[in-house]
Every structure is written in structure tokens, then in C-alpha cells.
Design a protein around this ligand. Structure first.
Ligand SMILES: C[S@@+](CC[C@H](N)C(=O)[O-])C[C@H]1O[C@@H](n2cnc3c(N)ncnc32)[C@H](O)[C@@H]1O
Length: 394
């Protein structure tokens, strides 16, 4: 059976029965479950359902259980799709710009297309892979969004985007041999995506967060997005604020925009140390955070901000520092023993030492907890010891 035929069989009533039976299945019991199901159902359909059930389990982290168990995936589709939180954020930005229709070029299994449709935007979702396009179509139907999503199996370079208010491109960044780093090796190449974006009233291009700032086209705004503290992606926006740099932190949606500030000055470690979110660092907005905190850097090359005042900002985690010592594991061990620290959190920036290695060597024991931040202070390997300070719940 071809992949397309076995996917169609999954959508049949028998396929749906099997998928329902495999919901939340225990992977350890897979062999036993499969052989039981094979007594009443064709072996090929059972293995297709089992494959799909595994993909759904993987997709829960991106789409949440409620949607993931209604949606369908391919192995590449689950890997490459935009997580729901990021898709919803982008869709809300399009909506706020007054966009009513989007040509989603390289739509995959529909991570972005579905989020756009949920925001009330009508979408043309284009993917050249026939199975991927079928899966996107099934996903729109499963989530009750078929009226807003037209799926077309085609090469994006052949699409006339002129009828749409905006274009969104999420090129494939994985080849047969894994992740692709050269933007011209993306499919389609980034230069094609930029040209297409330039020709549209508004556009957004999803790109790898590591994109060098100097390659961002002048007329684009660049936005780095993190979710739960992990940087997920960068987006180039066309038709918004040319040259702007923005960091957006999900799930709160807190956003920081660049003001073109020079690098912050280096200063001695104060009472507080701040660890900016990864999106802030990628967007080169550490100076903007330092200004809000009335702080400076501990080292010219390290994105740790220090200050004598405690200010809670969404873009950085705060630590109260109790000790500053030259890097020395024996000294760290002695100090933690004296303070009866049993729960040790190790953070590092600009240090090659592995946190696991530290915990193994200092063998923390006792009722108290502490955080050690391994870093460089004015060039010297240093251990900063302290504790996180979080805002009081309001
Ligand atoms: C990164 S994925 C898109 C993921 C999608 N945004 C989502 O959230 O589910 C890229 C997709 O582009 C498709 N693709 C690559 N080159 C293409 C082309 N020239 N025309 C149409 N689709 C293409 C691939 O088949 C793949 O499904």
C-alpha cells in the first residue's frame, strides 16, 4: 500500500476505531496491543495506526493533548511544524495588522495554517508533498477549520500570491542528512522567500534563530520568539517596522523592542544578577534590559547583567548573589558543606564545565538549596553563589 493509501485507510471508520483504541497507549505494551488488534484488523492498517498513534504522542508537546489526538502527522511534519503557542502568536500579529487572507507557502501538516484559521484568517496552504498536503487537509477537517483552509499540493514557486493580503513562508530546513545551516540550501532558498515577501503587501518568513543579524534584509523587522524560556524561532516581518529588533516571550507574550542602545558597560558584580531570556540575547537586546535594570555586564562577552537594585522584568530571571569566588571546586565544596546545601542548581554562561560534573564532584548534602552560576567576571573564571528571587504572586 502507498503512504497515501494507508493514510486514507486511517481516515476510514475502521482506521478511526483503531486510532481510538491506541489513544494514550503504553509504548511498553505496544507489541501485545498490536498482536491483539491484528486478530480483527488488517496487519497493514494496524501498523499504520500504531505509527500515527506514536506521532500523536510526540505531537502533544507542541499541540497539547486535545488537538494532537485529533490531528494527523508525518514524521517530518511533527518535527518541522510550528508549535501551537508560536503559531497563535504569529496569527494574532497578522490579525492585528488587518490581514484577512494568507498564502501559507510550505504549509507542512498545517501548524501555522491551522493557527491562522483559528484567528479567523482564510488560508491557502501549499505543500508540494502529496501525503503532507493530505494530512494538512485532514487536520483542517479534524479541527473544524475546512471552511477557512484551502490546501493545494503544488510547488510554491508556481503560486500566484497576488489575491492574498499576506504571505507566510516556512522553508524546509532539513535535508536527507539532517539540519541545513546554509539559508540558500533551504527549500525553497531564503533568497526566493525574501523576494516573494518583498512583492507582497505584508509577509512573514520563519527562519532559524541563529540567523546572523547582518543577513537580515534592511526593510525587515526581525523577531525572536521563546516559549517557556527556550528560543523556538526567528521571524522576518515585511510591511511592519523596517530595521526593528524584537524579542517575544511566550506564554506571557511580553515583548521587548530594540532602541539601538550601545553595549552596556562592564561593572563589578552587585547584589543581583540577571539572566536574560534567550530571545533577548538572540535579538541583541541585552542593553535594553540592562538599562531597565540600571545594571551593567559582568564581562564584555557574557550576557549576564548585574545591578544593585531588584527590579522584576519579564525578560530576565533575577538571582540574589551572596558570594563571588574565583572558580575552584574545592572551595565550592567546602562552602556548600558549611551552608548545608543539598539541592544545588548549576547555571553557566561562558564556562566549559558541565553542570552534572559539578554536582558529581561537590556531592551536595543538606536541607538547604542554592544556585551556583559559573561564568567569567571581567575575564576571570568565577563562581557566583546565590538564590533565585521571583516576583511575589499578585
Ligand atoms: C518547515 S515545513 C513547514 C511546517 C509548517 N509551517 C507547520 O507549521 O506545520 C516545510 C515544508 O515545505 C515543503 N516544501 C519544501 N519545498 C517546497 C516547495 N518548493 N514547494 C512546496 N512545498 C515545499 C516541505 O514538503 C515541508 O512540508
Amino acid at each position: 500500500m502507498t503512504d497515501l493509501a494507508s493514510f486514507a485507510a486511517l481516515l476510514s471508520p475502521e482506521g478511526q476505531t483503531l486510532l481510538a483504541a491506541l489513544r494514550d497507549h503504553d509504548p511498553a505494551q505496544e507489541l501485545a496491543i498490536a498482536s491483539r488488534l491484528r486478530r480483527d484488523h488488517p496487519a497493514e492498517l494496524v501498523s499504520a495506526a500504531l505509527g500515527q498513534a506514536r506521532l500523536r504522542q510526540r505531537a502533544v508537546a507542541k499541540f497539547g493533548a486535545e488537538d494532537a489526538y485529533r490531528m494527523y502527522f508525518t514524521p517530518n511534519g511533527v518535527e518541522q511544524s510550528t508549535r501551537a503557542s508560536v503559531g497563535a502568536h504569529r496569527a494574532a500579529r497578522f490579525k492585528a495588522l488587518g490581514v484577512g487572507s494568507v498564502a501559507d507557502l510550505c504549509s507542512g501538516v498545517g501548524g501555522d495554517a491551522l493557527a491562522l484559521a483559528r484567528a479567523g484568517i482564510s488560508v491557502l496552504a501549499v505543500d508540494r508533498d502529496p501525503l503532507t498536503a493530505e494530512v494538512a487537509r485532514a487536520n483542517a477537517a479534524a479541527l473544524g477549520l475546512s471552511d477557512l483552509v484551502e490546501v493545494r499540493c503544488a510547488d510554491v514557486t508556481e503560486i500566484d500570491t497576488s489575491p492574498y493580503d499576506a504571505v507566510f513562508v516556512d522553508p524546509a530546513r532539513r535535508g536527507g542528512r539532517g539540519r541545513i545551516f546554509d539559508p540558500e540550501a533551504y527549500s525553497p532558498p531564503l533568497s526566493w522567500a525574501v523576494e516573494t515577501a518583498r512583492g507582497a503587501p505584508r509577509a512573514a518568513l520563519k527562519i532559524a534563530p541563529g540567523i546572523p543579524h547582518e543577513t537580515v534584509p534592511e526593510e525587515a523587522e526581525a523577531e525572536w520568539i521563546s516559549d517557556g524560556g527556550d528560543v523556538k524561532e526567528a521571524v522576518l516581518w515585511f510591511g511592519t517596522e523596517p530595521g526593528a529588533r524584537r524579542a517575544t516571550l511566550l506564554p506571557s507574550g511580553a515583548a521587548l523592542t530594540g532602541r539601538g542602545l550601545p553595549d552596556p558597560a562592564v561593572r563589578p558584580v552587585g547584589r543581583y544578577l540577571y539572566e536574560p531570556d534567550g530571545a533577548v540575547i538572540r535579538a541583541h537586546l541585552v542593553a535594553e534590559v540592562a538599562e531597565e535594570l540600571d545594571g551593567g555586564l559582568v564581562d564584555a562577552t557574557i550576557a549576564y547583567v548585574t545591578s544593585d537594585v531588584l527590579t522584576h522584568v519579564p525578560y530576565a530571571s533575577a538571582y540574589e548573589i551572596t558570594d563571588e569566588l574565583p572558580f575552584n571546586l574545592k572551595k565550592l565544596k567546602a562552602l556548600l558543606r558549611e551552608r548545608e546545601v543539598g539541592v544545588l542548581t548549576v547555571k553557566k554562561r561562558g564556562s566549559a564545565v558541565e553542570p552534572e560534573e559539578i554536582r558529581r564532584k561537590v556531592k551536595p548534602k543538606g536541607p538547604h538549596s542554592a544556585t551556583v552560576l559559573l561564568t567569567r567576571v571581567a575575564g576571570a573564571p568565577t563562581m557566583l553563589i546565590g538564590r533565585p528571587v521571583r516576583p511575589e504572586p499578585s
